[in-house]
Design a protein around this ligand. Structure first.
Ligand code: MTE
Ligand code: MO
Length: 397
C-alpha cells in the first residue's frame, strides 16, 4: 500500500516538477541558469498564459504533495530496512547491479525530498542553484524509479491481492503475523520476532502524519481560511493588512534596494527600438491604465489569492518603444545583486493584454516591498517572472 501511494504520488510529483521547470523558460538563460539541460530539455514547450492560475495550481500541488509524501517515503524505507544490512553486501554481479539501482532510487528520493523541503523552508544550504541540482537529481531518481516500478509492480499487485483491506484493518498487534518468508529476504526466515506494530497501526501512523502535514501546509497555496493553519509555511507570517497586505517574498531592504533608487529620481528606460525612451512614474500614470486580477505563485509553493493589479500593458510599452512585434523582453530591476533581479518574458507573455507593468495594487500605490515604483505581473507565470522595482525594459525582435 505504501508502494502504491508512492507510485501515484511520485508520478504526479514528477509531472508537476517537470512542468514547473518548463514554466521557468530555461531557454532564456537569465530565467534559469542550468547549464546544458540539453537532451533533458527535450520536452520543453512554450508555457501558456491561460488559465491565469495555472502555475499556482501546478506548484501548489507539487510542493504540498511533496511534503505530504514525506511520512509515506519514511514508512516505505522503514519497511525495507533489513535490506540495508544484507550481508555479504555483494553476492553476484546481478545483485550488485540491483543494489546500485536501489542506491540511486533511495539516494535519489532522499536527495529530492531533502533539497525540496530545505528550499521551501528557506534553509537552502546546498552549493549551486536549486533548479540545477533538483532538476538533475530528478532525472537520476526518475530513471531508477522507472526501473524499480518495472521490476516490482507485479510483486506490489500480488501483495495487494494477497489479503483484504478489511481484514488488515480489523487485526490488532497481538494477532499480526509475519509475512511468508520471501525470496527478497525481507522476512526473517528462521525466527521472526513478534510484531511490534499491526499493519493497520503502521498505515494509521503514516496516514495521520500525512494528514497533519497536509493541514499544516496546504493553506499557503489554497489560501482562504486555510492560510491560518499553514504553520509550516515559512512565509505564513502576518503580511499586514490593507491593499498591500499579502505575502512579500524578499523585502527591498533584504535585497539592498535603497530609497534613492526608487525615489523621485527613478526613471523607466524603454529600449530595443531606434531610440530609447525614458519615462517618469507620472508619465506612466498618465497613460491609459488597465487592471488584471492575478496571483503571485512562487516556485516554493506559496501563492496569493488574485490581487487587482493596475498599470500599463507590456504590449503598449513595446509599441511605444517602436517594437510592437517584439519576440521577447528583458526586464531589469534597480536591484544590483541577486538572481531574481531580471527576467526574460516570452512572446506570448509579453503580448498577453493582462501582462502589466503594474503601478498599483488593489487600488493603492505599490508598497516599497511589493515593488514600488513599478513591477511586472504576468498571468500563469512563476513568481520570479514578476520582477519588482523595474528600471528597464529591453524589447527584442
Ligand atoms: N527585483 C526582484 N524582483 C523579484 C524578486 C526579487 O528577489 N527581486 N523575487 C521574485 C520572486 S521569487 C517572487 S515569488 C515574487 C514575489 O513577489 P512579492 O514579494 O510581491 O510577493 O517577486 C519576484 N520578483
Ligand atoms: Mo519566488
Amino acid at each position: 500500500m505504501l508502494g502504491a501511494a508512492l507510485l501515484a504520488g511520485i508520478t504526479l510529483l514528477a509531472v508537476t516538477g517537470l512542468l514547473s521547470y518548463a514554466a521557468y523558460n530555461p531557454r532564456f538563460a537569465v530565467n534559469d541558469q542550468t547549464p546544458d539541460h540539453g537532451a533533458l530539455g527535450f520536452y520543453l514547450f512554450t508555457w501558456p498564459t491561460d488559465p491565469h492560475w495555472l502555475y499556482r495550481l501546478n506548484q501548489g500541488v507539487h510542493v504540498t504533495l511533496g511534503v505530504v509524501l514525506v511520512p509515506v517515503l519514511l514508512a516505505k524505507l522503514w519497511s525495507v530496512l533489513p535490506k540495508l544490512f544484507d550481508w555479504p553486501p555483494v553476492r553476484s554481479i546481478a545483485q550488485a547491479l540491483e543494489r546500485l539501482s536501489l542506491l540511486l532510487l533511495v539516494g535519489g528520493a532522499i536527495f529530492e525530498f531533502v533539497t525540496g523541503v530545505l528550499n521551501i523552508q528557506l534553509y537552502y544550504v546546498f552549493p549551486g542553484s536549486f533548479y540545477t541540482i533538483h532538476f538533475y537529481g530528478a532525472w537520476v531518481f526518475l530513471g531508477a524509479f522507472v526501473v524499480h516500478v518495472a521490476l516490482k509492480l507485479p510483486r506490489m499487485l500480488s501483495a495487494l491481492r494477497s489479503r483484504r483491506l478489511s481484514t488488515v484493518l480489523a487485526t490488532d498487534t497481538a494477532h499480526t503475523l509475519p509475512e511468508e518468508a520471501d525470496p527478497e529476504g525481507l522476512v526473517a526466515a528462521a525466527r521472526p520476532a513478534a510484531a511490534t506494530i499491526s499493519r493497520r497501526g503502521a498505515l494509521a501512523l503514516t496516514g495521520a502524519g500525512s494528514a497533519t502535514l497536509l493541514v499544516l501546509t496546504a493553506g499557503q497555496s489554497i489560501g482562504g481560511v486555510w492560510r491560518r493553519t499553514a504553520f509550516l509555511a515559512p512565509r505564513g507570517q502576518d503580511p499586514g493588512s490593507g491593499p498591500n497586505g499579502f505575502q512579500i517574498n524578499k523585502t527591498a531592504r533584504a535585497v539592498g534596494v535603497t530609497a534613492d533608487q526608487i525615489g523621485s529620481a527613478w526613471r523607466l528606460r524603454l529600449s530595443g527600438g531606434p531610440t530609447a525612451l525614458v519615462l517618469t512614474r507620472a508619465d506612466l500614470l498618465a497613460l491609459q491604465q488597465r487592471t488584471s486580477a492575478l496571483p503571485i505563485a512562487c516556485v516554493e509553493g506559496w501563492s496569493t489569492d488574485d490581487q487587482q493589479w493596475s498599470g500599463v500593458p507590456l504590449a503598449v510599452l513595446a509599441a511605444m518603444a517602436a517594437v510592437p512585434d517584439a519576440a521577447e523582453v528583458l526586464v531589469e530591476s534597480v536591484q544590483r545583486e541577486g538572481s531574481f533581479r531580471s527576467a526574460v518574458l516570452a512572446r506570448n507573455q509579453l503580448h498577453d493584454p493582462r501582462s502589466l507593468l503594474a503601478l498599483q495594487v488593489n487600488g493603492a500605490d505599490l508598497s516599497t516591498d511589493h515593488g514600488f515604483p513599478a513591477r511586472t505581473i504576468i498571468p500563469a507565470a512563476p513568481g520570479v517572472h514578476n520582477t519588482k522595482w523595474v528600471a528597464a525594459l529591453t524589447f527584442r525582435t
